[in-house]
Design a binder for this molecule. Structure first.
Ligand code: F6R
Length: 643
């Protein structure tokens, strides 16, 4: 390792490897597991593998299955021990880790079922202690775990060792942290259904593994990754105990690495190769640190905050300040579709053609108005031909009571106006019975899913109309990957890509807007974006496509970094209100959305907070004061890779 790299990493107490995405990281982990399995096979020995559940290791399991099917990797000599299981939990419950492991790995490989060990969530409470001791003894008797896979919770838990766990802890019954239960809501539908306890291997059990691969993907893990890797060892973040383990690797994607010092403020740990983006990030960081607008930063501010090499390169603070100030200034435009007949050399969008064909892709039926409602309004008002395309039906995120309400409304109409009562009553009966007999977490029957989809369609239409869209410019693509009826979706398929491709081929847009959650580990947004990338790849030779620009907005949870933003569209106070109205049309998502995530605010509040935060940041840096701003990044087909 050269000195520069060493300096940049000097804060890191666990070796970290940063990958472009979770697939690349997962393939590396799977490769390493397969090498150990094969080596042990040659030596005539068993390989003891510690496994984790959750969203993080899924692609490792996919790759192991692929290796089994395509490369003849056998698991006959593998003995597995899973980290944990909810308690109490029946094996065949949809949310059990037993079921998860079988569906995601064991059912697809040739492992001997008697070599599989998963903590048993069905053990009567009085036997749990003894059961845990035996679990531990079984691992010890086999000479310990060869490779242990770990994910990390936002509390810093590994396994279910929540804050407060001691390094001497062994397999035991534990209480789940509030935040962990909130995070688990995505599989249990509602928080009340998430168990309060779990059986988990202890910290000591994990630390005895010979090799540990801990993985974390996505922006939501960035903070805990930095704390685990760079913070003090403490029981308040149990993953920090891994700093004492001699053979642990932390594998992260670029989003989960965002808060590491080597990424966030590399200049504070050593020399860096400056480029415009990095200079911009450093100057924004400096301005915020010393509480001054950019144009008031002095040589002394640079020198006393570790940025003297920038002064060396650019001579004076003034030169750097003006350069970055202009860069930010040029991102601001009230003309997201380009300003007709204006000099566009310093504007984010081209002036020509003056009237553009625009496609706004919305992964769920409300992302368009939540993430870019103001820009949507402006594009329509500035005379562009704006189409909006809802990529998925969003049908799992509708409460059952909304279905009843809408179907009863139809029933009322048919009864009042004496329409075909019998047919409607029959359908209603089917729906009512299906909802009544549905167990927690079970998928809806097709008819109920269809109605839930219709409810969201109606809301999407109403929202898009408030933004000014014409009725025949509102499209519903209902991509098939989404239609599993479950939280877990199918992988992207050829059909998803060709639906997008055909749609684009028909419109031939000059501008595409899409949700750019590039590193969202398992979400619908990433698959929707991949479908767009897949279609663009197939369309890139078309003449119209050569003149098509792709702008990415961020999903509901997170905004682009200020150094990344390439177009910032200001909203007036009235536009903010109109955008709010458009979001309000999504009534099934209001007050208590079925999948609210970990944020207590409603979607319109999140959108407004985020847009005013961006505007405030620009203003604090010395740029004009706006009410709110929506932000976009341009996808560069030539240099960014299509995944
Ligand atoms: C799962 C486990 C947990 C998860 C962690 C991260 O067996 O022990 O520690 O690894 O909660 O979960 P995901 O991967 O869903 O973010």
């Amino acid at each position: 390792m050269d000195i520069l790299k060493y300096q940049l990493r000097s804060f890191e107490k666990i070796p970290v490897r940063i990958y472009e995405d979770n697939l690349e990281a997962s393939k590396n982990v799977a490769k390493s597991i397969s090498l150990t399995i094969r080596q042990k096979q040659q030596e005539g020995e068993y390989m003891v593998l510690g496994l984790a559940t959750g969203s993080t290791p899924v692609k490792v399991y996919d790759e192991l299955i692929r290796m089994h099917k395509k490369e003849g990797l056998s698991f006959k000599n593998v003995i597995t021990f899973n980290l944990d299981e909810y308690y109490p939990m029946k094996k065949d419950d949809d949310q059990s880790y037993w079921k998860f492991m079988h569906e995601n790995l064991f059912d697809h490989i040739d492992i001997d079922p008697k070599n599989i060990h998963i903590p048993n969530g069905e053990i009567p409470i009085e036997y749990v202690e003894e059961y845990c001791r035996e679990y531990e003894e079984k691992i010890d008797a086999l000479g310990g775990i060869d490779i242990q896979l770990l994910g990390i919770g936002r509390t810093g838990h590994i396994g279910f060792n929540e804050p407060g766990s001691w390094d001497s802890s062994r397999t035991r019954l534990v209480k789940l942290d509030h935040l962990t239960r909130q995070d688990a809501t995505k599989s249990f539908i509602s928080e009340e259904k998430v168990p309060y306890r779990a059986i988990t291997m202890g910290i000591d059990t994990i630390m005895k593994a010979k090799t540990i691969y801990i993985m974390a993907f996505g922006q939501q893990k960035a903070e805990i990754v930095a704390r685990t890797v760079e913070g003090q060892i403490s029981s308040s973040c149990p993953a920090t105990y891994l700093q004492k383990h001699p053979n642990t690797r932390f594998l992260v994607d670029s989003s989960a690495a965002n808060d590491l010092t080597q990424i966030k403020t590399p200049w504070s740990v050593g020399l860096v190769n400056w480029n415009d983006e990095l200079i911009c990030r450093a100057i924004v960081w400096l301005a915020q640190k010393v509480g001054k607008p950019i144009l008031k930063l002095t040589d002394e501010d640079y020198n006393t905050n570790g940025l003297s090499d920038l002064i060396l390169e650019y001579d004076t603070a003034y030169n750097i300040n003006i350069r970055i100030f202009n860069r930010l200034q040029h991102t601001i435009t009230g003309w997201p579709g380009g300003k007709p007949n204006a000099d566009d050399s310093q504007r984010p969008e081209r002036a020509k053609p003056g009237k553009k064909r625009v496609v706004i892709f919305s992964p769920h039926p409300d992302d368009d108005v939540i993430s870019m409602g103001g820009t949507f309004i402006r594009l329509v008002e500035q005379g562009h031909d704006v189409h909006v395309a809802y990529q998925t039906s969003g049908n799992i995120a509708v409460h059952d009571h909304d279905v009843k309400r809408f179907v009863e409304f139809i029933q009322d109409i048919t009864h009042t106006y004496e329409l075909d009562k019998e047919a409607v009553d029959k359908k209603y009966e089917r729906i009512r019975n299906a909802l009544k007999s549905k167990k927690g977490g079970e998928p809806d029957i097709a008819l109920v899913r269809e109605i839930k989809g219709m409810i969201r369609r109606g809301e999407a239409r109403a929202g898009a109309r408030i933004a000014g869209a014409k009725d025949d410019h509102i499209h519903f693509l209902d991509l098939p990957f989404y239609e599993t009826g479950k939280v877990k979706k199918s992988p992207i398929g050829k059909e998803d890509i060709s639906i997008i491709k055909e749609f684009l081929q028909e419109i031939k847009p000059h501008q595409i807007y899409a949700a750019g959650d590039l590193a969202d580990p398992h979400g619908t947004h990433k698959v929707c974006l991949d479908a767009i990338f897949g279609a663009c790849e197939q369309l890139k030779k078309e003449s119209w496509f050569k003149d098509c620009w792709l702008w990415l907005y961020r999903g509901a949870w997170h905004e682009w970094g200020i150094d990344e933003i390439e177009m910032a569209v200001p909203l007036s106070p009235d536009e903010v209100l109109r955008k709010r109205m458009a979001i309000f049309m999504h009534q099934s998502q209001k007050d208590r959305a079925p999948f609210p995530g970990n944020d207590k605010r409603e979607f319109w509040q999140r959108a407004e907070d985020r847009n005013s935060e961006t505007a405030n940041l620009y203003n604090e840096l010395g740029l004009a004061e706006y009410e709110a701003m929506e932000a976009f990044v341009k996808w560069k087909f030539e240099t960014n890779s299509l995944k």
